[in-house]
Write a protein that binds this ligand. Structure first.
Ligand code: ADP
Ligand code: ZN
Length: 622
């Protein structure tokens, strides 16, 4: 690799070395090759084109579908002293003229442009006269008609190769399944591109699934005990649920904002802006929210409803912890989710082939939700990797669930469904199992069945858990048109006859309602980034300074420095500009602009700490 790429990495971005495949990707682009880059969210795709943009002569063109993201990237690059701009539909005519002038004069290192803007005759003609360093197509999976982010304009991006045959092109995405990959190569005419596939693991994200009991209360407890004051995203399935949840959290003192497609554009933008610019804002959203937001300090992603596929789940949870610091992916999941999702698939307008695919995807999602073994392993295996047996950073690795031989209980449950005529929902079946002979049960004569009361030894929650797991495994199905009646599937027969052993996981018991001062238990440790209280105090002071600087410049705080940079400053306490330059994320421009200001806070803090220490008797011996 040329020394210049390393130099740019250090001088401009303030990083000591490349990560993973960045170095190879960058070398390939600098040498003029085309590439397809598949990398998980947060792994560092942007540098893959930003570094070549600065090493190769000319302006790099970056096609990006989302305006908020462009704006952010440009702000970040400018902070690092890079000449970057963006062209999109929100600009006034005068601004467009200015940017075009800079472009023509060769005064831009990077130009971000929305696809519809790029494809206009005016822009294409302008680019004919410009020396292009590279064309990068970000979020390249938007060409895929099967994907949920399909953008028709992306299909026309194939003209770029014809129009600028000499310019290396790079397509980037975090969606890596094989069909999407082929579609990108095909539709963008990247036939001779080299494909760089990175591992999809996100080791700093802790995956957790809890049985749904009272989801809002469960969420509130998670926020109170582990994520107080943190930024996060809460996904719900319906707009109504988004509104209600946001309001409910708001009443509990959490700065929660709703986001869904039914809100007008202004309200949506207000929520998004608050989220990006704030430090502790929670957005409650439908899946409409998230793509194109590269806020690095999202500390948790919570699902109150089951996503339809592992692809969607992984993409959504991947929005947590881009900065590499600890983050949580949490989901509450229950039987009703299974019913709702099955209803959505069966009731959709899609053709049979499509429905089959969607059913399979939902089954994979259910399998994941019910796992008793490592969640990360299952996710990565689904995406074609061969991860180790245990990750050590998911709920099942950290606190292995009990499993039990449920062969007999499964038999009882299946038999009860069968004998009551496969016409009743979960609540009724549970009543019969437990021998609760209400009016209806008596009217149907089900109190005289041999299965009546065979499950009296277990409470209703246990039976619901058993039934849910049998549904998730495809032994029972839920009648999705009617009243959610349970029916046996063809696969249920051997289990009904007790011919196969059934092992189920034992759900953790429902947590009791939260008492006011119940937040210091061992299970509720708040994961902090910095090692001890003294570091924490300095970290907080640095954050306050960053907030002030961000507000005065009208940019999000993370554009100035990431939390990871502040953590390093708090722990290593640089005392000189030279030492400050060695902090991650401190390049030449930021050193110049912010070095002294941050050093002042660090020095003042150090003096205070030392003064306090010298006042204590026996200072130093503790
Ligand atoms: P992606 O686009 O793949 O989601 P980004 O390009 O936003 O990821 O990068 C994620 C984070 O990792 C950013 O904050 C970026 O500054 C940081 N990063 C990327 N590459 C490096 C590197 N080589 N060293 C240190 N930090 C890096
Ligand atoms: Zn694990």
């Amino acid at each position: 690799m040329s020394a210049t790429a390393h130099e740019v990495l250090r001088r401009v971005f303030g990083y000591a070395g490349f990560r993973g495949q960045q170095e190879a990707i960058i070398a390939h682009a600098i040498a003029g090759g085309d590439s397809l880059v598949l990398m998980p969210t947060g792994a560092g795709k942007s540098l893959c084109y930003q570094v070549p943009a600065l090493v190769r002569p000319g302006t790099a063109l970056v096609v990006s579908p989302l305006i908020a993201l462009m704006r952010d990237q440009v702000a970040t690059l400018r902070q690092a002293g890079v000449r970057a701009a963006c062209l999109n539909s929100t600009l006034a005519y005068g601004e467009v003229r200015d940017i075009e002038g800079q472009l023509r004069a060769g005064e831009l290192d990077l130009l971000y442009v929305a696809p519809e803007r790029l494809l206009g005759d005016r822009t294409l003609a302008l680019l004919d006269d410009v020396d292009l360093a590279l064309v990068a197509v970000d979020e390249a999976h938007c060409v895929s008609q099967w994907g949920h982010d399909f953008r028709p304009e992306y299909l026309q991006l194939s003209v770029l190769g014809e129009r600028f045959p000499e310019v290396p092109r790079m397509a980037l995405t975090a969606t890596a399944d094989e069909p999407t990959r082929r579609e990108i190569l095909d539709r963008l005419r990247l036939g001779s591109a080299r494909v760089f596939v990175s591992g999809f693991d996100r080791p700093n994200i802790r995956y957790r699934v809890v049985p749904k009991q009272n989801p809002r209360e469960q969420l509130a407890r998670l926020l109170a005990t582990e994520h107080a004051g943190d930024a996060g995203i809460v996904y719900c399935l319906s707009r109504r649920r988004v509104e209600e949840t946001a309001a409910w959290l708001g009443e509990r003192g959490i700065d929660a904002r709703p986001y869904h497609a039914g809100l007008d554009a202004r309200a949506r933008e207000a929520s998004q802006d608050a989220f990006i610019r704030g430090e502790g804002v929670v957005v409650v959203a439908t899946i409409a929210f998230g793509m194109g937001i590269d806020k690095p300090d999202v500390r948790f992603v919570a699902h109150l409803d089951l996503p339809g596929s592992l692809e969607a789940y992984y993409q959504e949870t991947g929005r947590a912890g881009r900065d590499g610091l600890p983050a949580t992916a949490w989901m509450a999941y229950g039987l009703q989710d299974v019913v709702t999702r099955r209803q959505m698939v069966d009731g959709s307008e899609a053709g049979d082939a499509r429905k089959r695919i969607e059913r399979r995807k939902l089954d994979a999602m259910l399998g994941y939700s019910e796992l008793a073994t490592c969640r990360r392993r299952s996710l990565l295996a689904y995406f074609g990797e061969s991860p180790p047996e245990r990750c050590g950073n998911c709920d099942n690795c950290l606190d292995p669930p009990e499993t039990w031989d449920a062969t007999e209980e499964a038999q009882k449950a299946l038999s009860c469904v069968y004998r009551t005529g496969q016409r009743f929902g979960v609540a009724y079946v549970v009543d019969v199992l437990r021998g609760k002979g209400g009016d209806r049960v008596q009217r149907f004569g089900h109190d005289r069945l041999p299965t009546f009361g065979v499950g009296a030894g277990r409470d209703a929650a246990e039976w619901r858990s058993i039934l849910r797991q049998l549904v998730a495994r495809g032994l029972l199905q839920v009648d999705v048109d009617g009243y959610g009646a349970l029916r046996l599937t063809g696969d249920a027969r051997p289990a009904l006859r007790g011919e196969v052993a059934i092992t189920l996981r034992r759900d953790a018991p429902a947590p009791r309602a939260r008492r006011p001062r119940d937040e210091s238990g061992a299970a509720t440790e708040r994961r902090r980034f910095v090692a001890d209280a003294a570091h924490q105090a300095l970290f907080d002071a640095l954050r306050a300074l960053r907030r002030e600087l961000a507000t005065s410049q009208g940019v999000p705080p993370y554009v100035i420095f990431h939390d990871a940079s502040l953590v390093a400053m708090a722990e290593r306490r640089p005392r000189s500009l030279e030492q400050f330059a060695a902090m991650p994320g401190v390049g030449a421009a930021k050193l110049d602009r912010y070095g002294e200001t941050f050093l002042e806070v660090i020095r003042a803090h150090g003096d205070r700490v030392e003064a306090a220490a010298s006042e204590r008797p026996n200072a130093g011996s503790v």
